[in-house]
Design a protein around this ligand. Structure first.
Ligand SMILES: [Zn+2]
Length: 154
């Protein structure tokens, strides 16, 4: 029978030892005293404890949400709607921070505002736009086909 290798829980000790009892925490009496004195003394952990993962950058969903907003307002297939979406995708891709992101966000907000401004009007072309919006919604996230369609329609 082999005892488990445990890492001593006393601060600054760092020794591994054979845990003779399941609840062993310290390698020696000295360490036990030290550990019990320290505030919130850590519990013994297996020696091969995996390192904590570094926090990842949060993935944003500006493009997905913009698409929903524009679709609701039936403005997804307008040029400003397209622009807002393209900018949103760039924001989602991240990489750039600071001033570049701020400028991007401003352009995006302006384009979206223009796209949504006339959302209440009902022109005869609206039916066509609705159809186009539904098509776009069914399409992928990339938007290559969207660009091609826009180029053809204008
Ligand atoms: Zn120790």
């Amino acid at each position: 029978m082999t005892a488990r290798q445990l890492l001593c829980a006393a601060p600054g000790c760092g020794k591994t030892f054979e845990g003779k009892r399941p609840n062993s925490k310290y390698c020696s009496d000295t360490c036990r005293k030290r550990g019990q004195r320290s505030p919130g003394g850590a519990a013994a952990v297996p020696a091969a404890r995996p390192a904590a993962r570094a926090p990842r950058r949060r993935k944003t969903q500006v493009a997905a949400k913009t698409r929903q907003e524009l679709m609701k307002a039936r403005r997804l297939s307008t040029s400003d709607g397209e622009l807002a979406l393209v900018l949103a995708e760039q924001i989602d891709q991240g990489g750039e921070g600071g001033a570049a992101l701020a400028a991007l966000s401003r352009e995006y907000a302006a384009a979206k505002e223009r796209a949504l401004k006339n959302a209440k009007s009902h022109d005869p072309a609206q039916k066509l736009i609705d159809k186009a919006d539904q098509k776009i919604a069914a399409m992928d996230e990339v938007g290559e086909r969207r660009e091609r369609r826009t180029a053809g329609a204008r």
